[in-house]
Design a protein around this ligand. Structure first.
Ligand SMILES: CC/C=C\C/C=C\C/C=C\C/C=C\C/C=C\C/C=C\CCCCC(=O)SCCNC(=O)CCNC(=O)[C@H](O)C(C)(C)COP(=O)(O)OP(=O)(O)OC[C@H]1O[C@@H](n2cnc3c(N)ncnc32)[C@H](O)[C@@H]1OP(=O)(O)O
Ligand SMILES: Cc1cc2nc3c(=O)[nH]c(=O)nc-3n(C[C@H](O)[C@H](O)[C@H](O)COP(=O)(O)OP(=O)(O)OC[C@H]3O[C@@H](n4cnc5c(N)ncnc54)[C@H](O)[C@@H]3O)c2cc1C
Length: 621
């Protein structure tokens, strides 16, 4: 079982629940109906968790995949950010107080950080939490219009609790950003508590099932015990204490979600889109390949294969990379819990870089899948619009992608600078300490090692050049900040090259680990295609320093084209192997039984615009 691990039993359980599998069609609902319908499913999900004894995060995730297909429910911020932040940043006492209630959904929480005026620049956030030793309270306040909290999922109508990130002030001194547990709504009436102005921020590009909200504090008091105090404490008399700690620990929730997004959002979204487009391309017949012969499946056109098979390879690559990213997160997080924080900067860099690289690629790939489905791809019946709006949110939330690439680049520059001063890098950047061959070893055999080496060369060269350019900009009189900005396009490209290499390397290692020779051969073809397409699309990067020559580029093109024919017989099986149930795809084009046309017709007949009593009918009569 290449993909699912222990998931199937929970998926089957979820599929037995009538409320999840059937019910009203999402595409025919208004935004409010979508939101209400999601809340109904949230409540049912909570009942199911109790009934089936689902406590483990991973088990719940399998269930959620069926209960909330291609959408985020209010449980996302609750279980993905509120609970993890309590667990990671709360003292033992605080964990005991809030986590059990949160896990039983007796309280529902969210993560409240972004403000109207600032999302990216966390140090620019303005909400204040001022300690008053007389009342032993923190007074939360929104001093400006731009300080109003804006965007948190579930804040608008649903959540009664939140973790608020605010600037801690004691005796007029600013101690920086800290997390506070805040009760937002009455547990009896569900009304916002006095001193809070809150609501939903309005319709969005997607995320209709989540009430992203706003929140304004008017000198709102919370008990001293509500600051999360694992790493820092404010004593009753206002004394501030902290353990020797990295101040970036309070950014831990962001690292967690970024690490999960690679698999949960980018990997799943692209794999679903490929499943839909490739299955449909095997059903759809159009035009003539040969005169007087039956119309071919559109998947037999080389151009269609050229559109879709590189995306299929990418979907496998992002999936594997997402699984690896989760493993790294849990490994390094365990080290950190034991006091070893050395790998935090690397974790921050790789999770930021991969979150950005994979969500951008997936977002672009899902749109290409839609285009590859022709007219029917544009219909909501394809399921692709919903998958797209959900996945493309990942390019912005949890750190805007360009900003995240620059964070990754910052780490790469630090490491490269260290190497110049004789330090040995390790982990995901150990190659920066190697002597990189300037001669390309690619031959027509295209071994995975030689392909990965080509990406290693490209990443190492681009990082080196970005670093040298930065130094030159400074040497010519620019200050460090201006030099950084004047170099930032080059820096983002260096970070992308690093992430691209990492992804090829992960895919290569998965192929090498497979024992079944048949599966191994097929995965090798996909991995080759991924790498060859990467070389061709970025050919300038590979020829700029003479690493690759024109003859080799021609070989790359030839091999790419021959791989398309080699992959064709297995293409549908390769998407079936993701094992998405029809409920999870939400697509008529991607139905497992291939019965596309009959169901498109049935679906169109159900559209609300066809209802006879409709106002439009009366207007047109
Ligand atoms: C098996 C499975 C198990 C579990 C799965 C269960 C649950 C999963 C559930 C959910 C997750 C999965 C999927 C998600 C699905 C749906 C998502 C649903 C909803 C969406 C939620 C979205 C929520 C949000 O968006 S919350 C708001 C997020 N906001 C941001 O991300 C803001 C971005 N900005 C920043 O991060 C920073 O401010 C900045 C990095 C841009 C700041 O830069 P600046 O240069 O100003 O940095 P400084 O603060 O000064 O830092 C200087 C040094 O510190 C380093 N640094 C920065 N950040 C970090 C960090 N986080 N950690 C470590 N180090 C950091 C920085 O690099 C500098 O280092 P240097 O050494 O000085 O160079
Ligand atoms: C669907 C969704 C859900 C969300 N959920 C939550 C939530 O639950 N909780 C929460 O607190 N927040 C949430 N957010 C907010 C989200 O985290 C922020 O929108 C995100 O971090 C981006 O910040 P921003 O909006 O300030 O973008 P901006 O920083 O204003 O970005 C605008 C442009 O400026 C550029 N830019 C900004 N800074 C730099 C820089 N230093 N260098 C180069 N370019 C730069 C960016 O690249 C981008 O092109 C959510 C957002 C969305 C879309």
């Amino acid at each position: 079982m290449l993909f699912k691990g222990g998931g199937l039993p929970h998926e089957s359980l979820a599929l037995q629940e009538k409320l999840f599998g059937a019910g009203p069609d999402y595409n025919f609902m208004t935004r409010i109906e979508r939101f209400k319908n999601s809340l109904v499913r949230v409540q049912h999900f909570i009942r199911c968790c109790a009934r089936y004894n689902l406590h483990d995060h991973a088990d719940k995730k399998w269930f959620e995949g069926v209960a909330f297909p291609n959408e985020v429910s209010v449980l996302g911020p609750h279980s993905g950010m509120f609970i993890p932040t309590l667990k990671e940043q709360g003292s033992e006492e605080q964990i005991q107080k809030w986590v059990p209630q949160a896990e039983k959904h007796q309280i529902m929480g969210t993560y409240i950080q972004t403000e109207l005026g600032h999302g990216t620049f966390v140090r620019g956030l303005e909400t204040t939490a001022t300690y008053d030793p007389k009342t032993e309270e923190f007074i939360l306040n929104s001093p400006t219009l731009t300080s109003i909290k804006w965007w948190p999922g579930g804040l608008g109508r649903t959540c009664n609790f939140g973790i608020v990130m605010a600037l801690l002030y004691i005796d007029g001194k600013n101690y920086g950003m800290h997390p506070f547990v805040v009760q937002l709504r009455s547990l009896k009436t569900h009304e916002p508590l006095p001193g809070l102005t809150m609501g939903d921020i309005g319709p969005k590009f997607g995320f209709d099932t989540v009430d992203n909200g706003y929140l304004q504090f008017n000198h709102f008091g919370i008990p001293r015990e509500n600051m999360l105090m694992k790493y820092c404490q404010v004593l009753k008399n206002g004394t501030y204490t902290k353990q020797t700690r990295n101040p970036k620990f309070s950014y831990g929730a962001m690292i967690f979600v970024r690490s999960m997004v690679v698999y949960e959002v980018a990997g799943q979204g692209l794999a679903k889109a490929c499943t839909i487009a490739i299955r449909y391309s095997a059903i759809r017949r159009q035009s003539e390949l040969k005169k007087s012969r039956p119309e071919p499946q559109i998947l037999d056109y080389q151009t269609q294969q050229y559109k879709l098979f590189p995306l299929l390879a990418l979907a496998y690559a992002v999936w594997f990379t997402g699984v690896r990213m989760k493993e790294i997160y849990f490994m390094v997080n365990n080290e950190i819990k034991q006091g070893h924080t050395e790998r935090l900067p690397e974790l921050h860099a790789i999770s930021s870089g991969l979150k950005a690289f994979t969500t951008s690629m997936a977002s672009w790939g899902i749109e290409r899948c839609r285009l590859a489905c022709g007219g029917h791809g544009y219909s909501a019946a394809s399921g692709l619009p919903k998958i797209y709006v959900n996945a493309t949110g990942g390019c912005t939330y949890e750190g805007e992608n360009t900003v995240m690439l620059l964070q990754c680049a910052r780490f790469l520059m630090n490491i490269y600078g260290g190497v110049k001063n004789g330090r040995r890098p390790s982990g995901s950047v150990n190659y920066l300490g190697e002597r990189i061959s300037s001669r390309c070893t690619l031959t027509s055999e295209f071994t995975l090692k030689s392909l990965a080496d080509a990406f290693k060369h490209r990443a190492a060269r681009m990082i080196k050049e970005a670093s040298e350019r930065l130094n030159r900009l400074q040497a010519s009189g620019n200050d460090p900040e201006d030099s950084w900005n004047l170099n930032s396009v080059v820096l983002t490209k260096a970070a992308e090259a690093h992430c691209h290499y990492y992804m090829v390397l992960v895919f290569e290692s998965v192929v090498e680990s497979v024992e079944d020779n048949c599966v191994k051969d097929i995965l090798r073809q996909l991995c080759q295609l991924l790498a060859l397409c990467g070389i061709q699309e970025n050919s300038g990067d590979f020829i700029q320093d003479g690493f690759l020559n024109n003859d080799q580029l021609e070989l790359v093109k030839q091999k790419q084209l021959s791989l398309l024919s080699e992959i064709r017989p297995n293409a549908v099986l390769l998407v079936d192997a993701f094992e998405f149930h029809d409920v999870q795809l939400g697509s008529i084009l991607g139905r497992f039984d291939g019965n596309v046309y009959e169901n498109l017709f049935k679906w169109a007949k159900k559209t609300p615009l066809n209802k006879p009593e409709d106002l439009i009918h009366r207007l047109l009569r």
